[in-house]
Design a binder for this molecule. Structure first.
Ligand code: DAT
Ligand code: MG
Length: 147
C-alpha cells in the first residue's frame, strides 16, 4: 500500500477547488490519512522544489507557492503515486487531457492547481517535509473490500 503527497496550490484554494479535488480522490477509492491548511514558508518552498533550483522559473515558482495558503494532503492506496499523477494530468494544463484536474481547471503552467509526488522516493521525502508522524492516521475503511 502506497502513500503520496498531494497539495492544492494557492490558485486552487483561492478558486474554491479544495472540496472538488478531495472529492475526486475519495470517489476514486483512495483514503485520506492527513490534511491541513498551511502558509508555505520561503525555506519550505525552496526545499520542496529543490530539484528545480537551476530552472529559470524557480523564483516565480517559489513566489507563487508562498503567495497564499495551500491545502496539503497525504493519500493512501494501491499505486496511488502514479494514479494520482494520471488524475492530475500533464504539468502544462494546455497539454492535460480534459477529465484530469489540470485539464479541467487550469490554463497556465505556472497556475496548475495541484502538486503530486512523482515517485516513491519523492513521496516519502515530501510527506516527511510537510507532516509530522502524529498528523497522519492509519486505519482501514470498512468498505475497503468493495473498492
Ligand atoms: P509537476 O508539478 O507536474 O511535477 P515539475 O515538477 O516539472 O511538474 O514542475 C514543478 C512546477 O513548476 C509545475 O507544477 C509548475 C512549475 N513549472 C514547470 N515548468 C514550468 C515552466 N516552463 N514555466 C513556469 N512554471 C513551470
Ligand atoms: Mg514535480
Amino acid at each position: 500500500m502506497e502513500r503520496t503527497f498531494l497539495m492544492v496550490k494557492p490558485d486552487g484554494v483561492q478558486r474554491n477547488l479544495v472540496g472538488e479535488i478531495v472529492s475526486r480522490f475519495e470517489q476514486k477509492g483512495y483514503t485520506l490519512v492527513g490534511a491541513k491548511m498551511l502558509a508555505v514558508s520561503k525555506e519550505l518552498a525552496e526545499t520542496h522544489y529543490g530539484e528545480h533550483k537551476e530552472r529559470p522559473f524557480f523564483g516565480e515558482l517559489v513566489g507563487f507557492i508562498t503567495s497564499s495558503p495551500v491545502f496539503a494532503m497525504v493519500w493512501e492506496g494501491e499505486n496511488v503515486i502514479s494514479e494520482a499523477r494520471k488524475m492530475m494530468g500533464a504539468t502544462n494544463p494546455q497539454e492535460a487531457t480534459p477529465g484530469t484536474i489540470r485539464g479541467d481547471y487550469g490554463i497556465q503552467v505556472s497556475k496548475n492547481v495541484i502538486h503530486g509526488s512523482d515517485s516513491v522516493e519523492s513521496a516519502a521525502r515530501e510527506i516527511d517535509l510537510f507532516f509530522n508522524e502524529d498528523e497522519l492516521v492509519s486505519f482501514k475503511k470498512t468498505n475497503s473490500e468493495w473498492v
